[in-house]
Design a protein around this ligand. Structure first.
Ligand SMILES: *Cc1c(COP(=O)(O)O)cnc(C)c1O
Length: 364
C-alpha cells in the first residue's frame, strides 16, 4: 500500500460546510450522483505554459464562455473511480494509477493536452483527503470520484483547443444496483452501435455516452435496465454495455469476455476480475462471442452465468437478454461464480482482505 504526501495543490477549504449531522443524513441513503462532496480539484492548461494553478477549492459552478469548444465539438474525457472506507477508518483508492494512465490515453485519442499521471493522482488524493468525511460507511457505499477534462478555448474554429481544465468532483454512491436486487434484464441493441474500428470506443469520452442514449431509451421502453452492444461491422459479436464490460461463465468453468481491440473500453474492473479469476485457477479466455452462439449456449446450458462489470456497479448479474425477436433466459438468480468474484474484488477494495497484487492505495 503506498501513500502520497507532497502536493502541488493550493488548498482553499470551504468555510460554511454543512454540519456533521446534516451530512450523516445525506449519506444514509445517497443513491448515485446526487450527494456531492464539499470540494473540487481544478488544474488549468494553457498552450505554451502547460499545466498550471493546481487548486482544491469549494465546489462551485464553472464560468465558461458560450463559445468554449467543449460545448460545440465535445472535446471531453472522464474517469470513474471510488474511495473506499476500510475497517480501520482509512480511505482507500483502487488502482488509481490505472485510471491516470487511461485518462492520458483518452486525452491522446481526443487530441487533448495530456495530464501528467502524478498530477492526476495528486488531485484525487488531495480531494479525497479533504473530503474523507463524505465517504459513506462501507455497508452503505463509497465515494465516487469523477475526474474529467474539458476544452475551454473560446473558439468556434474546428481544431484542438489550446486551453483545458482538468477537474475532479466527488459524490457519495450507494450500491448502484442494490446488492441483493438479483439479475437485471438487458436489451440487445441491433439498430445502433456504440463504437466502430478506428472510432473512439476505447477512449472514455462523453461523446460515446451521448451516442448510446437512444439505445438506452429503447432498452427502458422494453423493460430493460441496460444495453448490450454488438460490433459495428456485422452486428454479430457481443462487445460491451453502455458503461460496463461483459463476461460469461461457461459450463466448464471458463471465464470468457470479448477481446479489447479498439472498440471496447479497457475496464479496470474487467482487468482485475480476469486476474482474480486466474488466481482462483479458472481458465480465462479473451475471445469473440457471437450473440447467436450465446443464445444457443444459454438454451443448452453451456452458458451458466453472464454479468456486467465496471467501477460504478462492480459486478451485476444478467438474468435475461431481450431483443426484438424475444427473450433469452440465462439465469433467474445470481450465479455462484459471479457472486464469488464480486465478493473477492469487494473484500480487496474495502480493505477487508489481503491485497496480493498491490492494488490498494491509502489516501493521506
Ligand atoms: C468506464 C467504462 C467501463 C468500465 O471501466 P472500469 O474501469 O471497470 O470502471 C466499461 N465500459 C465503458 C464504455 C466505460 O465507459
Amino acid at each position: 500500500m503506498s501513500t502520497t504526501r507532497e502536493t502541488a495543490f493550493t488548498i482553499t477549504p470551504k468555510t460554511d460546510a454543512i454540519s456533521a449531522a446534516e451530512r450523516a443524513a445525506l449519506l444514509a441513503n445517497p443513491g448515485f450522483g446526487r450527494v456531492f462532496s464539499d470540494h473540487m480539484a481544478v488544474v488549468t492548461y494553457t498552450e505554451g505554459k502547460g499545466w498550471h494553478t493546481p487548486e482544491i477549492m469549494p465546489r462551485q459552478p464553472l464560468m465558461l464562455d458560450p463559445a468554449a469548444s467543449v460545448l460545440h465539438y465535445a472535446q471531453e474525457i472522464f474517469e470513474g473511480m471510488k474511495a473506499y472506507r476500510a475497517p480501520n477508518g482509512d480511505a482507500l483508492l483502487f488502482r488509481p494509477e490505472a485510471n491516470a494512465r487511461r485518462f492520458r490515453k483518452s486525452a491522446e485519442r481526443m487530441a487533448m493536452a495530456q495530464l501528467p499521471e502524478e498530477l492526476f493522482l495528486d488531485a484525487v488524493n488531495q480531494l479525497v483527503k479533504l473530503d474523507a468525511g463524505w465517504i459513506p460507511d462501507p455497508e452503505v457505499g463509497t465515494l465516487y470520484l469523477r475526474p474529467f477534462m474539458i476544452a475551454t478555448e473560446t473558439a468556434l474554429g474546428v481544431k484542438p483547443s489550446a486551453e483545458y481544465k482538468f477537474i475532479v468532483i466527488a459524490c457519495a454512491a450507494g450500491d448502484y444496483f442494490s446488492k441483493d436486487a438479483g439479475p437485471v434484464t438487458v436489451w440487445v441493441e441491433e439498430r445502433t452501435v456504440r463504437a466502430s474500428r478506428g472510432g473512439t470506443g476505447e477512449a472514455k469520452c462523453g461523446g460515446n455516452y451521448a451516442a448510446s442514449l437512444t439505445a438506452q431509451q429503447e432498452a427502458k421502453a422494453n423493460g430493460c435496465h441496460q444495453v448490450l452492444f454488438l460490433d459495428a461491422n456485422e452486428r454479430k459479436w457481443i462487445e460491451e454495455m453502455g458503461g460496463m464490460n461483459v463476461m460469461a461463465v461457461m459450463e466448464d468453468g471458463t471465464l470468457k469476455t470479448p477481446p479489447l481491440g479498439g472498440t471496447i473500453l479497457p475496464g479496470i474492473t474487467r482487468d482485475s476480475l480476469l486476474t482474480l479469476a486466474r488466481d482462483k485457477g479458472m481458465t480465462v479466455k479473451e475471445e469473440p462471442y457471437a450473440i447467436e452462439q450465446l443464445y444457443a449456449d444459454a438454451a443448452s446450458g453451456r452458458l451458466r452465468e453472464l454479468f456486467a462489470c465496471g467501477t460504478a456497479a462492480v459486478v451485476t448479474p444478467i438474468g435475461t437478454l431481450k431483443s426484438a425477436e424475444g427473450d433469452h433466459l440465462i439465469s433467474g438468480q445470481t450465479g455462484e461464480v459471479t457472486a464469488s468474484l464480486r465478493k473477492t474484488l469487494c473484500d480487496i477494495q474495502f480493505g477487508r482482505a489481503e491485497d496480493p497484487h498491490g492494488w490498494m492505495h491509502r489516501v493521506g
